[in-house]
Design a protein around this ligand. Sequence first.
Ligand SMILES: Cc1cc2nc3c(=O)[nH]c(=O)nc-3n(C[C@H](O)[C@H](O)[C@H](O)COP(=O)(O)OP(=O)(O)OC[C@H]3O[C@@H](n4cnc5c(N)ncnc54)[C@H](O)[C@@H]3O)c2cc1C
Ligand code: FES
Length: 283
Amino acid sequence: MYKILHREDLTPNIHLFKILAPAVAKKARAGQFVILMVDEKGERFPLTIADWDREEGSVTIVFMEVGKSTRKLATLQAGDAISAFIGPLGMATEIDKVGTVVCVAGGFATAIVVPVARALKQAGNRVISIMGFRSKDLMFWEDKLQEVSDELIICTDDGTYGRKTLVTEPLREVLETNKDVHLCVVIGPTNMMKFASETTRPFGIKTIVSLNPIMVDGTGMCGGCRVQIGGKTKFACVDGPEFDGHLVDWDVLMARQKSYLDEESISTELWECSCQNQMGGKS
Ligand SMILES: Cc1cc2nc3c(=O)[nH]c(=O)nc-3n(C[C@H](O)[C@H](O)[C@H](O)COP(=O)(O)OP(=O)(O)OC[C@H]3O[C@@H](n4cnc5c(N)ncnc54)[C@H](O)[C@@H]3O)c2cc1C
Ligand code: FES
């Protein structure tokens, strides 16, 4: 069992858990993920390693409640434990000194971008970060991203904080005014990564995205996470999750992400009903 050492609610539906998992903490690197199970009957699902503390033996995850498993996880408190926490999995982000790098974060993925931006900064790069949220109330970790960036641009869809625009607009402006940008790292919702990759394409700037197809085993065995990269089939769990955004077949990825929508919504509804019944039973 893996004990939750600390819980923090970053927004009403985005939570941070620090988990005691010394073996994972020992080897964790930016860009890698874990597969976890909330309890022994729970489904396996992936979450990115947002931070780690090798001395304490802890790993931090940040997750958004979207369906049954993430909502179930969100019911746990510090002191509770989860039944499986397997990792670190996947390839770590390639960290080189290239000059100026633009890091683009969308929503909960800000937590994933921070360790990548930090590693790029520590490698001697100038880091320009852009973070985008739907609204100010959903924002978190502005201070953490600021700390690891030379410049930070914030945008919200509704204009409640920073610029009222999507991340692609400041991204284009940064590329037009900074001729020394050699790499973009874009992590967030699939649509955002797709359009950000289209924005960088005409500039010919290498663009790394972190793909989130459905994963089951996370070790290259089930084929569930297969994606098309430059016309070749790759497994995101072992060949990625980071890939060249200009080579990703976004239509295939988006279609495969929707494969189990019916089952996912039934499963969430059944779980919500069982929670309501339990609460009814207690009262
Ligand atoms: C490598 C990787 C890293 C990820 N890192 C994070 C993270 O740091 N924080 C975060 O909030 N989310 C992350 N995700 C997404 C997270 O795994 C899903 O939100 C979660 O599995 C949803 O499960 P659910 O039962 O709550 O929702 P469901 O209702 O079951 O699903 C909601 C949506 O989540 C996706 N999803 C469902 N099951 C899986 C699965 N087994 N594998 C991948 N996607 C699934 C599908 O697109 C689905 O439509 C990551 C995904 C991948 C592939
Ligand atoms: S999750 Fe099974 S092959 Fe990648």
